[in-house]
Design a protein around this ligand. Structure first.
Ligand code: DON
Length: 307
């Protein structure tokens, strides 16, 4: 059996093994996400030579949600550099839920760019000019990571915009400490749009593979961010990407990762692969139950743990 066939076989086998898991439920605090099809389950892997492998619903569209956060962090780091970005948003695990009030004592900075509070600040740091409105730069950047032109699911965007008072409240709180450089309503609106960008598990695997490949998209060959920025983003994913389960994830799975409440999940093996899963049934930390199980099994089977 060739190496390619072995990867495809393994993804199919893991898909079969976890497709029957019924634990967890779709997020419903964004009403449109509650309409997700519970049975959908996709797995994808992209290698450093740009080969893409999928199993199950690897082509099914869903919205990025928090999986957008590391990529917009990459864009802010590219625009402003690590020192300036770190003046506004920290790089310490918060040990708290994704939507916690995360304001560092003294500075008012959110703990990191993976929790909502920090991600709203990161989004606010993306330059907004008449020639390049912030959201356009974000969509272009996400599309370069994915290697194709992405778009917004307006239904999901509208649903979150109509119900997202907690995020608006977080933005106002951050603004009150002087740690938000722009209008809170505008920052949150752009953040909601980035969360509603539509992708598939295959897209996510390409995006994760681009980080793993030092910032060069292995499918298109385009350099999206510098090797330094790719490494900085992977570091924050490793320590903060899974919120208050980041420690347990790093202990057991051993890969930088990021979850999202639509059921998307990415993990990166530096210089080796990008991995992604999609299944909308979530655990209490907002992580895809089947995605978590499949990625953990894959890591164990092939010894992917980085430590
Ligand atoms: O801001 C929110 O609440 C959502 N747009 C994204 C949260 C999210 O994906 C948390 N991750 N598991």
């Amino acid at each position: 059996m060739s190496a390619s066939e072995a990867v495809t076989d393994t993804l199919r086998e893991l898909h079969g093994r976890f497709a029957g898991v019924r634990e967890g439920q779709p997020a419903d605090y964004i009403p449109e996400l509650a309409r997700a099809v519970s049975d959908d389950f996709g797995l994808a892997l992209v290698s450093m030579d740009g080969h893409a492998y999928g199993a199950g619903a690897a082509d099914t569209p869903f919205t990025l949600q928090s999986v957008s956060k590391p990529f917009v962090y990459a864009l802010a780091l590219t625009a402003l550099g690590l020192d300036e970005v770190t003046r506004w948003v920290g790089a310490e695990p918060s040990g708290e839920a994704f939507n916690a009030i995360s304001l560092e004592h003294g500075t008012g900075r959110p703990a990191n760019a993976m929790v909502n509070a920090g991600a709203i600040v990161t989004t606010a740091l993306v330059p907004d000019t008449r020639e390049a409105p912030a959201f356009q730069s974000i969509l272009t950047c996400l599309s370069r990571f994915a290697g194709r032109k992405l778009d917004v699911d307006e239904g999901v965007y509208g649903s979150e915009a109509a119900t997202g008072d907690r995020n608006r409240a977080l933005a106002y709180l951050i603004r009150s400490t002087g740690a938000l450089p722009v209008d809170p309503v505008a920052a949150v609106d752009t953040y909601f749009r980035q969360c509603a960008v539509r992708v598939t598990a295959l897209d996510l695997a390409v995006m994760a593979a681009t980080l793993a490949h030092g910032g060069v998209n292995p499918v298109t060959g385009e350099r999206v961010v510098s090797p330094e920025v790719a490494a900085q983003v992977l570091a924050v994913m490793a320590t903060c990407g899974m919120y208050d389960s980041s420690g347990d994830w790093l202990l057991r799975v051993g890969l930088p990762a990021k979850s999202g409440v639509s059921g998307g999940l990415i993990a990166a093996g530096p210089a080796r692969f990008g991995l992604a899963a999609y299944s909308p049934l979530l655990d209490a930390a907002g992580t895809s139950v089947r995605g978590h199980a499949a990625l953990a099994a894959l890591s164990e089977r092939f010894g992917l743990h980085l430590m």
